[in-house]
Design a protein around this ligand. Structure first.
Ligand code: NIG
Ligand code: FE
Length: 411
């Protein structure tokens, strides 16, 4: 099966193979081909070029994309889309004056979602999660990471991870699975959090590894949740099972999580709404990808990750949704890219780089996804007729996507 796209107004993010991430001032550049063609063979990108030099190609299907932009699908490297129920009541409570912290201290927040998840049958969790996955695919996401962390018991954490596994079996986009048993301290362990940490490390983690249910390890390293020492213990244990860290750090407080993560060769450090000069220094010279989650900042009215500070230090940056029932009930990467431009002062080129190739890097997928490159998987977006790629973040709230292809097939 081959598909030829012709008269592409602009083909975005065209890269050579082995280009795995983009950092600092380089992020201002988005390589494109104007008036382009793109050839898909089976599930991969076979070739592309300028319409001025279109070779004689006999494709099974030819699509005229005049006036439309073609680009790689979004790579969303941080989500919690497997969950049960919703938390719209807490949203209303926050409007009425309660803080996210106050709600969590009353047993709401993550513990509220954990209770619902524990009570919901696995098949039902699957159906609710699959609906969200289909929604984000239609919004242009073509690779995604999903975390556990709303189980908080052995049974419920494994249930969540099995749901992620089943999603992976039933959907064609790549799905990376992360074990986040250390997401919040369950009520019954409030006075003895170290006992919960032992349960996560000595009981649940070995089963997750044995059943091959996750490739990454995460922990919410934050005041009132888990300490740097907890993170250090967990990441040390997880390393023995080959689970790489991608961890929640610096959402509300900088307590040293970035340094601990880098020392453990974390693939990414996520949130970073607060970031110290020391964190920046630690990240320099590391392979760890900083990840910003601007729709979480929007929804909670907390500071946005200081992207300029990160990029001006010549560091890379990825953008992801954090789709979850409490702090970010949205999986829309188009909105994330708009917010990065509007609120974080990222240029459209920087934001698109952050949401494609760098997002792929934060899931170890940038050798197969995240750019228009010969041999990579044919995961791409065809936009509606739009004036330029800058229109995408500019027209925030407008759906500019006409169609989405995963592995060369329209969804
Ligand atoms: O990434 N920060 C920790 N976890 C989630 C939110 C969890 C929730 O409120 O359900 C996040 O924002
Ligand atoms: Fe998160």
């Amino acid at each position: 099966m081959s598909i030829l796209l012709t008269n592409i107004k602009e083909l975005l993010q065209v890269r050579e193979p082995n280009f795995l991430k983009v950092s600092g001032s380089e992020m201002k550049k988005l390589p494109t081909i104007k008036n382009a063609w793109l050839l898909i063979k089976n599930e991969k990108i076979a070739d592309y070029g300028s319409m001025d030099e279109l070779p004689d190609i006999n494709a099974d299907e030819t699509i005229d994309t005049s006036g439309k932009i073609v680009m790689p699908t979004w790579c969303d490297s941080h989500t919690h889309i497997v969950y049960a129920g919703n938390r719209e009541q807490e949203f209303a409570d926050r409007i009425n004056g309660l803080s996210y912290e106050e709600i969590a201290n009353r047993g709401g927040g993550i513990l509220n979602s954990a209770k619902t998840l524990q009570e919901t049958p696995e098949d039902e969790v699957y159906l609710q999660s699959a609906e969200r996955l289909e929604e984000i695919m239609k919004l242009g996401t073509g690779a995604v990471e999903i975390k556990s962390g709303y189980g908080l018991t052995e049974e419920a954490e494994l249930k969540m991870l099995r749901v992620i596994k089943k999603l992976r079996e039933n959907y064609s986009l790549p799905i990376k699975s992360t074990f986040l048993g250390a997401h919040a301290i369950p009520k019954e362990y409030k006075s003895k959090p170290e006992v919960y940490m032992k349960l996560v490390i000595n009981e649940i983690l070995p089963k997750v590894a044995e059943q091959k249910l996750a490739e990454y390890i995460d922990i919410f390293c934050e005041k009132g949740y888990f300490s740097v020492e907890d993170a250090d213990m967990l990441l040390t244990a997880a390393k023995k099972y080959g689970l790489k860290p991608k961890i929640h750090v610096n959402q509300f407080n900088a307590i040293g999580g970035v340094k601990a993560a880098v020392e453990h060769d974390a693939l990414s450090v996520d949130h970073l709404e607060v970031i110290t000069d020391e964190d920046i220094e630690v990240l320099k010279g590391s392979k760890t990808m900083p990840v910003a989650l601007p729709s979480c900042s929007l929804f909670l009215s907390i500071p946005y990750t200081p992207a300029r500070k990160i990029l001006d230090a010549e560091l890379p940056l990825a953008l992801a949704t954090d789709f979850n029932p409490g702090s970010t009930p949205s999986g829309n990467m188009n909105l994330v890219v708009s917010l990065a431009c509007i609120k974080m002062k990222m240029t459209p080129e920087e934001a698109i780089n952050a949401a494609t190739i760098n997002g792929a890097y934060a899931m170890e997928l940038s050798d197969t996804h995240g750019s228009i490159t010969r041999g990579k998987m044919a995961n791409f977006i065809i936009t509606k007729e739009i004036p330029s790629y800058t229109f995408l973040p500019y027209a925030f709230g407008t759906n500019s996507i006409e169609s989405v292809y995963i592995n060369g097939k329209i969804i």
